[in-house]
Design a protein. Structure first.
Length: 751
């Protein structure tokens, strides 16, 4: 048989060396690197999503393009908004699902604290009618304690809990569908903190804790704020996480403003913050190699707070990735390989909401656990409804007793538990709130009142409160009351009070000033109110009142109304308040019906009875709101003293007349108020601006025989308004029959 073996070839040493160099060069310049992900023959890819507030929503568009190109992602590192988008993607949410979610979110509500006003306890709604702002300062251990930020982040935390609910029980971020890390900043040291375990929603919330705007997150003994301060584009974190051969870094940070735009303290402060993120971003970008990708969406004037432009941001992110399609396509995998990549990832979490087997309250306040549990409204054996749970937890937060109310899901012995976390306020249980009213017109009349309320909370397990109120200025008022709920669900209450007030009562003749008179009224009140809260929408109460004082004539003709008086008696009251906003309401309703009976048997000078009603309901379409309102009041029996006269006059109360210029024992007022929102209601972090006007008709009479259509007074107004952080501001002009006109400049509550 012939020998068919090949002859042995001898290569010169130089040929072997040349062949070795050729093989090395091919390995170096091979477009498919040798380092592979799980032996698939493809490069391992790390995705880095930077911070930028609303600009970070552009990440969703980038993710859409990556999926279209079938580019697998082996790990994700994100900061701030990049941590949220990255965390949701790592949890299994698709770009389309994220796109839908960010566009349906009520961003103005997400960046407020607590529930809609309609869900607040009725006592807090009443307090809002007196105090200028809802926030205050704490009194802790005898010293003033300021809040750590403008917002506590309650609504944002609940929103993130809901979005991350499918992976709520996963505590190791390596077990997510894609290994993931969030980056925050240690406020004490300024160093970056990489979060790779725990509650996903908490990690995302910590990474987005914008200093001074959102409260820091306390975690593992550290106080964490926005990761952008230390590492806004965490390329280094992704490299450590999965040792990627290719980095795709998406930079959405705002650029530095030119010197020509640095014209105010606000713009300069914003520039200082931007400098921090720009500098550390530049350092991370310098570490990118020739195989890595930098995607920088051209977001232009889209700012970090333009959450209402989410759809636009997503499109811009998609376009930025598409612009690099020809380069990115080298990372694409075949359909079969991409399916294999998806199949190799952990199973997509179920979107079915779990059945709750048990409920646990973790509460470090002085309130009884039962007070919190009564508001959760979920029973063991029921399926979790995250939207309803969020509303219930926000109602608890709205009680004003907590720093934050959140929840988590746990698995114990094969059972799913709902753990509600209620944390005490950092500023303490006692708080100091302030109020202010400023009013002036071109007739030379002005009014100035400044007020403060000191509230001691959680005096017992049911949530007893002792509040003391003082007002100085044109009117003097002192009041202290002890509000005590009588059961855990806060339905019934008792409220004893003690008060003192002084005010000027100016009674002006509408025809001639000759008979005008003015009194200084001084009154002491002592009473007890028993009531029932009708959930959060209403309240009924019975009150017993001791009311005595003195009318001192300031000027005008003498009358029998001078001297001491006693109006002690009892009251019945029914109130409804579901308004969304007390200053510029656009939905809900308000009504207050009060019956008062003065009785000689309780010490009154004489028997008399009065009845009053005030009601209005806004109707809104688009940016327009129409508010029909009416007031009716009168004496049912008897002859009340001058201190009980009903007054009209002032802005939106027959606007052409001055305060108290019209008075009588009977009053009627009907009006239509129109408001138009001048700026976008869907934008977060904006001061609502309004323009509007009113048509009014009404009057006041001393006797029912005087009431007829001819005695009704037509009036109206035009105004500009702003719902500022310091309270509602109005600039208006009022007019009435004849040539009566007034100009108003008001800072304070009207409704």
């Amino acid at each position: 048989m012939p020998d068919r073996t090949l002859p042995r070839c001898r290569f010169p040493r130089s040929g072997i060396l040349l062949l070795t160099l050729l093989i090395l060069m091919l390995r170096i310049f091979d477009p498919a690197p040798e380092a592979v992900a799980a032996g698939s023959g493809r490069p391992r890819i790390g995705l880095v999503l930077g911070g930028g507030g609303a600009r970070g929503i552009a990440h969703i568009g980038v993710l859409k393009m990556l999926e279209e190109l079938r580019i697998p992602v082996d790990c994700i590192a994100g900061t701030s908004m990049g941590s949220i988008i990255g965390g949701l993607y790592a949890s299994g949410m698709t770009p389309d699902q994220m796109s839908e979610a960010v566009q349906r979110i009520d961003w103005p509500m997400a960046f407020t604290d607590g529930p809609p006003r309609a869900d607040l306890p009725f006592r807090i709604k009443q307090e809002q009618r007196v105090l200028l702002t809802n926030s205050g300062v704490g009194i802790k251990d005898g010293s003033v304690q300021l809040p750590r930020s403008l917002l506590q982040g309650q609504n944002l935390s609940l929103l993130l809990e809901e979005l991350a609910l499918p992976v709520a029980e996963i505590r190791d971020f390596d077990r997510l569908r894609i290994p993931y890390r969030a980056v925050a900043t240690d406020l004490a040291t300024g160093n970056p903190v990489v979060l790779g375990s725990g509650n996903l929603a908490t990690a995302m919330r910590a990474s987005m804790s914008i200093p001074s705007a959102l409260a820091p997150v306390e975690l593992d003994g550290k106080m964490l704020v926005d990761g952008g301060v230390a590492d806004n584009l965490p390329v280094d974190v992704a490299r450590a996480l999965c040792k990627p051969e290719v980095i795709i870094a998406v930079d959405v940070g705002a650029p530095l403003a030119p010197a020509s735009e640095l014209t105010s303290v606000l713009s300069i402060t914003a520039q200082l913050t931007t400098i921090l993120t720009v500098r550390n971003t530049e350092q991370q970008l310098k570490t990118l190699g020739p195989k890595d990708f930098q995607i920088t969406p051209s977001l232009g004037d889209l700012s970090s707070i333009d959450f209402d432009r989410s759809a636009e941001a997503i499109q811009i992110g998609y376009a930025a990735a598409q612009a690099q399609r020809s380069a990115l396509i080298r990372l694409s995998t075949s359909p079969d390989d991409y399916r294999a990549y998806l199949a190799a990832r952990p199973d997509r979490p179920s979107t079915d909401h779990p059945v709750i087997d048990f409920i646990r309250i973790n509460n470090n306040t002085r309130l009884a656990d039962a007070v919190i549990e009564k508001q959760v409204h979920i029973q063991p054996g029921e399926q979790l409804d995250p939207e309803q749970l969020n509303r219930n937890l926000n109602v608890i937060y709205g009680m004003g007793e907590f720093q934050q109310v959140s929840y988590s899901l746990v698995e114990e012995d094969g059972k799913t538990g709902l753990v509600v976390e209620a944390r005490e306020k950092y500023i303490g249980n006692d708080r100091l709130n302030f109020g202010l009213f400023l009013g002036a017109n071109l007739k030379g009349d002005s009014m100035f009142n400044i007020s403060a309320a000191y509230t001691m909370s959680q005096l017992n397990p049911l949530g007893g409160q002792w509040r003391s109120f003082v007002q100085l200025g044109s009117d003097l008022a002192l009041e202290t009351d002890f509000y005590q709920p009588l059961n855990a669900n806060q339905t019934y209450y008792i409220d004893p009070y003690l008060s003192y007030q002084q005010y000027n009562l100016d009674l002006q003749d509408t025809i001639s000033a000759v008979d005008s008179s003015s009194y200084r009224v001084r009154e002491v009140g002592l009473g007890l109110e028993l009531g029932r809260n009708l959930e959060h929408w209403g309240q009924v109460s019975l009150g017993l009142h001791y009311s005595a004082g003195r009318n001192d004539l300031r000027f005008g003709p003498s009358s029998a109304d001078e001297g001491e008086f006693n109006n002690s008696g009892y009251s019945l009251r029914f109130a409804v308040d579901t308004l969304d906003n007390l200053n510029f309401p656009t939905s809900g309703s308000f009504a207050n019906l009060r019956y008062y009976s003065a009785l000689t048997g309780l010490g009154a000078d004489q028997n008399f009875q009065t009845l009053s009603m005030d009601a209005f309901k806004p109707y809104t379409w688009g940016r327009s709101t129409l508010i029909p309102r009416f007031r009716l009041a009168g004496t049912l029996d008897g002859d009340p003293g001058v201190e009980n006269l009903l007054l009209l006059g002032g802005f939106l109360n027959l606007s052409g007349y001055q305060l108290g210029q019209i008075s009588g024992q009977y009053l009627a007022l009907g009006e239509l108020i129109y408001m138009y929102r001048l700026n976008d209601a869907s934008a977060a972090f904006t001061i609502p601006l309004y323009a509007g006007g009113s048509l009014e008709i009404g009057g006041a009479w001393m006797d029912t025989d005087e009431i007829d259509s001819a005695s009704l007074i037509p009036a109206g107004s035009l105004f500009l308004g702003a719902d500022t952080p310091l309270g509602p501001f109005y600039l208006g002009a009022g007019f009435a029959d004849g040539d009566r006109a007034s100009m108003y400049l008001i800072l304070g509550k009207l409704f």
